[in-house]
Write a protein that binds this ligand. Structure first.
Ligand code: AMP
Length: 156
């Protein structure tokens, strides 16, 4: 468990590390792969969330998921991307956190993931927490801790 002081400082910063859904690039699960390829190329993010028509979180899509599909098809051609949908190739088994999310759980998940999708209790997509924003908060805490608290070394 994170100590109560650090946990509280992380809680105080919670709003700073959530990137809200409105500004997160996404594709829909029924989008065709040629469209998704264009979106990924344009936004320049390596991986983006996949939503359904009702803005519920469904999975993640990356460029390699599309290119692997292209190389796996017989008679490689871009036209073939018009025959498959995002939902056919996306990563489905994705860890998510529910808002209001636990700051410690997010920290553990960010060890292996560059970002974590945040959903509400109905799986509506709320936004993402990125490793970058979380690290910025940890950086603030590392700088502020001794300014705000007196730390003394315990000797057994
Ligand atoms: P960053 O820590 O800012 O480099 O972001 C890590 C990853 O989170 C990126 O590679 C993307 O996969 C994802 N990401 C960050 N910001 C956005 C955004 N605005 N829209 C979609 N995906 C994003």
């Amino acid at each position: 468990m994170i100590g109560p002081v650090i946990a509280q400082m992380l809680e105080d910063n919670r709003d700073n590390f959530l990137i809200p859904a409105e500004v997160v690039a996404n594709v829909q699960e029924d989008n065709l792969l040629d469209h998704a390829l264009l979106v990924l190329t344009k936004v320049r993010y390596s991986k983006i969330p996949v939503l359904d028509k009702n803005s519920k979180f469904k999975g993640l899509l990356s460029m390699p998921m599309i290119t692997e599909t292209m190389f796996g098809l017989e008679n490689f051609s871009f036209e073939q991307l018009h025959l498959q949908r995002v939902g056919d190739v996306m990563e489905k088994d994705v860890p998510t956190v529910e808002n209001p999310y636990d700051v410690e759980k997010v920290m553990h998940l960010l060890v292996d993931n560059a970002f974590i999708p945040v959903v509400d209790s109905d799986r509506n997509f709320t936004g993402i927490v990125t490793r970058r924003e979380y690290m910025k908060s940890l950086n603030h805490i590392a700088h502020d801790l001794e300014q705000d608290y007196t730390i003394s070394h315990k000797i057994d």
